[in-house]
Design a protein around this ligand. Structure first.
Ligand code: SIN
Ligand code: MN
Length: 256
């Protein structure tokens, strides 16, 4: 799949791009079937909410053939190569479940600070490409964006007190690096805020410096979101003292 010049320009300006109806119901059935097979509490890369529901699955492409093929699907790989203008590899693969009646918050944050500090990725030359596995509405915890906030670059923040711990602090509801409220208030005044909604099968691209978050899901509707983070092949980790597990961050990427 190829993005148009206008779509690429919109992504670069706004920091995100929503493309409806990219994956069809048959694709979604297969994705969900494979997800279900991996969604085992206690499984490697499976993160739980405090209430005992599954919050997220990581590194699904490493132990599932269908997901290993999905990262090569031209509908994801094509746009990733186009916006990064290079060969790419998968830095991170995750499925955020955000279950009905209990999927928890993602506080306001930028992704790249985790990849720079946690994984030693030198520049924000990555892109998130996500697939809506359910209809995502204003009710079931859509991603919130501050459009164009990626132009701020990385907002340097210290780790939240008490969240210095293991890799779970990068993926739990108590995130290690969050953007302070006064910064959100100021940027929101200038740029407004959007909820990334759309039907199941929508593809969503967003920039690693985009400020984003999502509220808890108190609705009766699940909100499963599959997220692929592609990295520019020349933007590989320079190494960090305590690398995160491979299911969270690829150490040596091979071009897809
Ligand atoms: C969410 O699933 O709502 C948050 C995703 C992210 O922060 O990457
Ligand atoms: Mn994020």
């Amino acid at each position: 799949m190829q993005l148009t010049a206008d779509q690429i320009a919109q992504y670069r300006e706004q920091g995100y791009l929503l493309l409806p109806n990219v994956f069809n119901p048959e694709d979604l059935t297969l994705i969900k079937r494979n997800l279900k097979a991996l969604a085992i509490p206690g499984g490697e890369g499976v993160v739980m909410e405090d209430n005992g529901l599954i919050r997220a699955l990581h590194g699904c492409h490493l132990n599932n053939e269908y997901f290993d093929q999905l990262i090569r699907d031209p509908r994801c790989l094509g746009p990733a190569r186009q916006v990064l203008e290079a060969d790419v590899y998968i830095h991170q693969f995750k499925i955020n479940v955000k279950a009905a009646f209990g999927g928890d918050v993602w506080p306001w944050h930028q992704d790249y600070i985790f990849w720079r500090k946690g994984d030693g990725i030198p520049t924000p030359n990555l892109v998130n490409i996500s697939i809506f596995l359910d209809d995502i509405t204003q009710f079931n915890g859509p991603l919130f964006f501050i459009p164009s906030s990626h132009h701020q670059g990385i907002i340097e923040v210290p780790p939240n007190v008490g969240e210095e711990g293991g890799w779970e602090a990068n993926v739990s509801a108590k995130l290690k690096y969050t953007v302070p409220n006064h910064v959100i208030a100021d940027l929101e005044k200038r740029h407004g805020m959007v909820a990334a909604t759309g039907g199941a099968g929508t593809l969503l691209l967003f920039h690693p410096n985009m400020i984003h978050g999502s509220v808890p899901n108190i609705s009766p509707y699940d909100r499963e979101l599959l997220l692929l983070t592609y990295n520019h092949i020349a933007n590989q980790s320079t190494g960090v003292p305590n690398p995160r597990p491979e299911f969270l961050a690829t150490r040596h990427g091979v071009a897809l």
